[in-house]
Design a protein around this ligand. Sequence first.
Ligand SMILES: Cc1ncc(C[n+]2csc(CCOP(=O)(O)OP(=O)(O)O)c2C)c(N)n1
Ligand SMILES: [Mg+2]
Length: 334
Amino acid sequence: MTVASETNEALRRRAALQESRLELFRRMVEIRLVEDRIIELFGEGLIPGSTHTCQGQEAVSVAVAAVLRPTDTVACTYRGHGMALALGVTREALLGEIFGRKIGCMGGLGGSMHLSDPTVGLLPTFAIVGAGVPIGVGAALAAQLQGTEDVSVSVFGDGATNIGGFHEGLNLAAVWSLPVVFLCENNLYGEYSPIARTTPVTDLAVRAASYQMRSEVVDGQDVDALIDAIAAAVARARDGGGPTLVEAKTYRYAGHSRSDKATYRPEGELERWLQRDPITLFKTKLVDEGVDGSALEAVWEECRLQLEQSIEAVLASPLAEPSDMLANVTAGRI
Ligand SMILES: Cc1ncc(C[n+]2csc(CCOP(=O)(O)OP(=O)(O)O)c2C)c(N)n1
Ligand SMILES: [Mg+2]
């Protein structure tokens, strides 16, 4: 499980991301490199189970982390590596978990789809599509009942908006005016199905209207637009103004999971999205703001080096053992 020093490091990483735009950029680069490397390492057989990467969607994760307090909570999906890193989870705690090592944030027992670090508000990530919606609503209800003024953010994909729990969750959140933000990462695909084949509406945000809920469609490749939209929704939730559905239009560059080559995508689609790469767009903006472009280029190499060091540290950590699974299990008599 996460040790105290890593916990402090997670909080430090979270604060750093909120303090400087350069750190925000660095974290996006870190997420991209970690995800690219995970695909390679999966191919080398180092990763047990499945894994789902988020290249192309980095802006959404860092925008959430830039806005929330560490006591706020985030419920997100199996595509959660980027969110974990953005919220502050260290590379060692993340990769250790994915590699099934004791150094992992769940002691290596959860794997890629089950990440958590309560110190930075990351609830255990969910492998069941849509499951994070009612859980996020529950976290918001807890905050409301306890009067903590914390906000819950539930992050899910476009496919999840066709799940019953999504509609039940939005309904209850609206009726009870709960402090929750529903954040849909609309990456245009649910597994191998393009959204048009499964869903009759293009803008998923319209679904909020059934629940008299505010909603917003936002460019999911533009960090600043995301921060503005999420910050407004979070502030409203914190002030007792109830829930919001935010839909981020984004795209996953890699396949759905593991070795999926995404051959079902129309020709040219990926290339069009690459032209609006969130990291490149943010870099252009920072340069316009006066940041030295070569310093931004150097970030890639710095992150690459740090990542290789982290992988080395993770591979030196022992694998979780089957007996570890019983460590936190208790039995009782009814
Ligand atoms: C309840 C449930 N049904 C089906 C699946 C299998 N499944 C895993 S991911 C996925 C696609 C979900 O797509 P989306 O919500 O758009 O998220 P994305 O993977 O694009 O991030 C499906 C159908 C599941 N895990 N849970
Ligand atoms: Mg999707």
